[in-house]
Design a protein around this ligand. Structure first.
Ligand SMILES: [Fe+2]
Length: 291
């Protein structure tokens, strides 16, 4: 079974379409989405419809929740974007039945879900402890007091998004010893020749997940629609699970996909020119910086 894992699309339909095309070229069996389909970006309707069409499982993100209820503990920029998104979701586009379907979908998203009912594969948006809202940043990865309560809450792998930073947190425990914690940044060099965004970045592009040895992992695929690790290319992952072989461990690979972020910036600025200033121009500018 080959599963593409995407997260944090944030209503960026240009990034989402490019990633879905790339995923198709990688011949996966299914796609799962770890939430934040909407919020920040200019095309929430299109993103919800594409995710509904393509994803076998989608989790609830904090922005999805805010756009369907009310934004709480958001900064001004995120709050205004959520309120703008709520108005977009009210549009009967292309008809009332489609609007209702979209709302039904968003309101039915789970906050936590086991993949294939397998207790070794937990999916959330934030963390195993606070599935919608807790951030687990790379700097947390080596701190036992920070990571232990998170790793204690699941068996094998916890897939999570939310920070927009791709990477793998690892918890290893040799018998009779305290567990050790580490973090590896997710990195992908494939197709990067000529890219201005690669810079001096480093990390791992592939990891064997040694579940048979009792090691546990937290995996973050990064963000499709608003990367924040200094790389403007959309970030996502593939999980390869061996079929019918219990003694072979799964592997994870990190992927990046280029897309035309300037068109997204232009879409955001157009709303402002048309008299609605609730989408901050910075939401477009930051896409080019990957911040
Ligand atoms: Fe997000």
């Amino acid at each position: 079974m080959r599963t593409a894992i995407i997260s944090d699309i944030h209503a960026n339909v240009y990034a989402l379409k490019a990633v879905l095309e790339d995923i198709e070229a990688h011949e996966v069996d299914r796609v799962i989405c770890l939430g934040d389909v909407i919020g920040y970006g200019p095309d929430p309707i299109e993103c919800v419809d594409l995710v509904r069409e393509h994803c076998a499982l989608t989790l609830l993100g904090n922005h999805d929740f805010a756009c369907r209820t009310q934004p709480v503990n958001f900064n001004f920029m995120a709050r205004d974007a959520a309120l703008w998104t709520q108005d977009r979701l009210d549009l009967p586009y292309p008809d009332e039945a489609a609007r209702e379907e979209r709302i039904r979908f968003l309101d039915s998203l789970p906050v936590r879900q086991m993949l294939d009912d397998d207790p070794r594969f937990l999916c959330v948006h934030g963390s195993s402890r606070h599935p919608t809202n807790e951030y687990v940043f790379p700097d947390d990865g080596f701190r036992a007091e920070r990571m232990k309560p998170l790793f204690d809450r699941f068996e094998g792998i916890c897939f999570e998004g939310h920070t927009h930073w791709p990477g793998v947190f690892v918890c290893e425990q040799l018998s009779g010893q305290d567990p050790s914690y580490s973090f590896y940044r997710g990195f992908c060099e494939e197709g990067r020749q000529g890219s201005l965004c690669g810079g001096t970045q480093t990390g791992i592009d592939r990891i064997v997940l040694r579940l048979s040895e009792g090691t546990r992992y937290i995996i973050n695929p990064g963000s499709v629609g608003q990367p924040r690790d200094g790389d403007s290319w959309a970030s996502w992952s593939i999980l390869d699970q061996p079929d019918g072989e219990t003694d072979t461990d799964p592997t994870l690979t990190f992927h990046r996909t280029n897309y035309d972020w300037m068109r997204v910036r232009e879409r955001i600025e157009q709303y402002r020119r048309d008299g609605d200033d609730r989408l901050d121009p910075f939401l477009g500018e930051r896409l080019g910086m990957g911040r």
